[in-house]
Design a protein around this ligand. Structure first.
Ligand code: C5P
Length: 222
């Protein structure tokens, strides 16, 4: 079977998570959702009630939290201090707050250390995020950067949320744009394709087609 590391980076709403899960299952590989780690860290920050602009306080809140994410059959598991936050991390409050928390360099250093330690335990792993190919695993076997047209990304997110009202879809599109701009323009580990990443545009492709494309790339990358 496949041995190595597949990184899947890109903006929100490209179908990255579902593709990463399917690819991991098909390769018999472990799976790590680093976005879930940043979202769990954000729960810890929100619960600590600290000022989001106080980067030292934000860092302390993350450092003192016990953050757990599943990497195998338990990939859905997300816990902060023993509490299941898998549903809460997908909510509006966390989604609104996660980018500023993720932009704090000391927070990134802590979580990147954890990510590398988790990856080191697996012979085969698929890791999704924003900076996996550029920063976390620069020597990965295969780096994929998944993109899609902004309208396709907003529509995908709307479908996930069951939203059909055009005004609401426009709001979703604006939220995605804001978060991607924040993630792309931060000083530490901005969202961008690694120089050796294969860019895959999922606009107009269904999930299975993207999964097959990544699997083909993984087979030839070994
Ligand atoms: O992938 P997801 O949308 O769950 O990521 C949530 C947020 O976490 C991103 O918008 C980004 O701010 C942050 N993130 C990051 N680096 C990663 C993964 C996620 O900064 N590797």
């Amino acid at each position: 079977g496949f041995r190595g590391q597949v990184t899947l980076d890109g903006p929100s709403g490209t179908g990255k998570s579902s593709v990463a899960r399917d690819v991991a299952a098909r390769l018999g590989a472990a799976y790590l959702d680093t976005g879930a780690m940043y979202r769990a860290a954000t729960v810890a920050v929100l619960d600590a009630g600290v000022d989001l602009t106080d980067t030292d306080a934000v860092t302390r809140a993350v450092a003192s939290a016990d953050i757990q994410v599943g990497t195998a059959a338990d990939a859905e598991l997300v816990r902060v201090d023993g509490v299941d936050v898998a549903a809460r991390i997908r909510g509006a409050e966390v989604t609104r707050t996660v980018s500023p928390v993720s932009a704090v360099p000391a927070v990134r250093r802590m979580l990147v250390d954890r990510q590398r330690a988790l990856v080191a335990e697996a012979d085969a792993v698929v890791v999704e995020g924003r900076d996996i190919g550029t920063v976390v695993l620069p020597a990965a076997t295969l780096k994929v950067y998944l993109t899609a047209a902004p309208e396709a990304r907003a529509q995908r997110r709307a479908d996930q949320l069951g939203v059909t009202d055009p005004t609401k879809i426009a709001e979703i599109a604006a939220d995605l744009r804001r978060r991607d701009e924040y993630d792309s323009s931060r000083a530490d580990s901005p969202l961008r394709p690694a120089v050796d990443a294969v860019v895959v545009d999922s606009t107009g492709l269904d999930r299975d087609a993207v999964v097959e494309r990544v699997l083909d790339l993984a087979r030839t990358a070994v």
